[in-house]
Design a protein around this ligand. Structure first.
Ligand code: PBG
Ligand code: ZN
Length: 323
């Protein structure tokens, strides 16, 4: 017998052969685009730490969402930047709040685009934390009431899916109950189920002006050191009624994505977060990395690990890249 018998290179010999045996095949509908909308801006404003990403005015938001939808993006994840903030996040659940107005506009102008709204307080609190502060820390159970109000106001504005990103205990059950009592029995909840405390959210916090004024988010977001805890978080959110669960960040949690995919059946999404996006953009700018390919490779790895869908600031480019 001659060696080697198995020649792995046989299936790598041409591009078409490689296509034929490609295991992970991302497509446009895999990508969800996060968008920021401001209550005060009249024109889009570049976010310095996120090249290519903007804070939108109401009208540029619609244009950007239309553009994304026209190339096949099915859903956006909406974040609001309010005119004013206070300790109780009252702007987060106003009928005329920024996300509520933007959602109504989006649904009116682009009815088939799925609008997912981020349910959290940190963009609306003067202290930048994801809930109501008592002493130096966020109180869990009063924050649940706030989250219920926010989620219900989003649903009333026509949001198609609510995505709580706060990491309070019991929030999925609390929000599910509040939505059901208001008759929104068919509005799904996408839970940020395993959300790690991460420095990679830095550029997002620049964009949303939501850096905590004191302390950090470590009493509610998870430690990067823990994996079984992440699986428990996911398990509990599913038990409380989450329709889909998300892991965040993505590249630093590929192990969690892979294990969650084997263990749980509900749809599993991953969030390729701001810092993951921006560090590649920065390296591209320095000409240390070839444009686009590093981003594509990252998204491939996230999908390969088991994510069914990926929230990414690079969604439009990814849609073109993987076509
Ligand atoms: C709000 C929220 C954050 C992100 C999504 N929702 C920021 C945070 O928790 O500090 C981060 C997204 C990103 O970095 O792209 N809780
Ligand atoms: Zn938050």
């Amino acid at each position: 017998m001659t060696f080697p018998i198995h020649r792995m290179r046989r299936l790598r010999s041409t591009q078409t052969i490689r296509n034929l045996f490609q295991e992970t095949c991302p497509q446009v509908s895999d990508f969800i685009l996060p968008l920021f909308v401001s209550e005060t801006l009249k024109a889009p404003e570049a976010i310095e730490s996120m090249p290519g990403v903007y804070r939108h005015s109401f009208s540029s938001l619609i244009q950007e969402a239309e553009k994304a939808h026209s190339i096949g993006i099915q859903a956006i994840l909406l974040f609001g930047l309010p005119q004013s903030k206070d300790s109780q996040a009252t702007q987060a659940y106003r009928k005329e709040g920024v996300v509520q107005r933007a959602t109504r506009l989006l649904k009116k102008n682009i009815p088939s685009l799925v609008v997912i709204t981020d349910v959290c307080a940190c963009e609306y609190t003067s202290h930048g934390h994801c809930g109501i502060i008592q002493g130096q820390d966020v109180t869990n159970d009063t924050t649940l009431k706030l989250l219920q109000k926010i989620a219900v106001s989003h649903a009333e504005s026509g949001s198609d899916m609510m995505a709580p990103s706060d990491m309070m205990d019991g929030r999925i059950g609390a929000i599910r109950g509040a939505l059901d009592r208001k008759g929104f029995i068919n509005k799904p909840i996408l839970s940020y189920a395993a959300k790690f405390s991460s420095v990679y959210y830095g550029p997002f916090r620049d964009a949303a002006d939501s850096t905590p004024a004191f302390g950090d988010r470590k009493t509610y977001q998870m430690s990067a050191a823990n994996s079984r805890e992440a699986l428990r978080e996911i398990e509990m959110d599913i038990e409380e009624g989450a329709d889909a669960v998300m892991v965040k960040p993505a590249l630093t949690a590929l192990d969690i994505i892979a294990r969650a995919k084997e263990r749980f059946l509900p749809p599993l999404w991953a969030y390729h977060v701001s810092g993951e996006y921006s560090m590649i953009k920065a390296a591209e700018k320095m000409k240390w990395l070839q444009p686009d390919v590093a981003m594509a490779e990252s998204l491939l790895a996230i999908k390969r690990a088991g994510a069914d869908r990926i929230v990414t600031y690079w969604a439009k480019e990814a849609a073109k890249f993987f076509k």
